[in-house]
Write a protein of this length. Structure first.
Length: 140
């Protein structure tokens, strides 16, 4: 039996259905055993980015998604893909920017990892590069 849990998170209603997360207003689950979601407008499938043993948190109205290509993008709280999944590394939005890299590698420390890249950049919520910003995640 599927159980639906509704959580209020940063002003948005998040519905957790088994192992997937969907926003009541726009996403639906395709397979009850996965975190696969679909945007109602485009019908393109994507997975919720899994973070901290569950779907990604909403940050500044956006959450991370993983496309069929295995790369990370962002969707808004209606489920609309705002930034196509084409980053190998992408952090949540904070203060109007997100740190991303098209090429990166995961470095594992026990059960946790961090990303390394020499090509970090900051983007705005529309996916445009923020000029003059310095990434906090840039490798030293």
């Amino acid at each position: 039996m599927n159980r639906l849990t509704v959580i209020l998170c940063a002003g948005a209603t998040l519905a957790l259905c088994g192992s997937c997360a969907g926003y009541r207003s726009g996403l639906r689950r395709h397979d009850p055993k996965s975190a696969e979601l679909a945007d109602r407008e485009s019908r393109k499938k994507y997975d919720a980015y899994l973070f901290d043993n569950g779907p990604d948190y909403v940050s500044e109205g956006l959450f991370r998604i993983v496309g069929r290509n295995g790369r990370i993008g962002y969707a808004d709280t209606t489920g609309r893909v705002v930034i196509r999944p084409h980053y190998e590394a992408a952090y949540p939005f904070r203060d109007g920017h997100a740190t991303v890299a098209r090429r990166a590698r995961k470095v594992w420390i026990g059960e946790h990892f961090y990303w390394e890249s020499d090509r970090w950049k900051e983007i705005d919520p529309k996916g445009r590069k923020v000029k003059g910003s310095v990434s906090l995640h840039r490798n030293q």
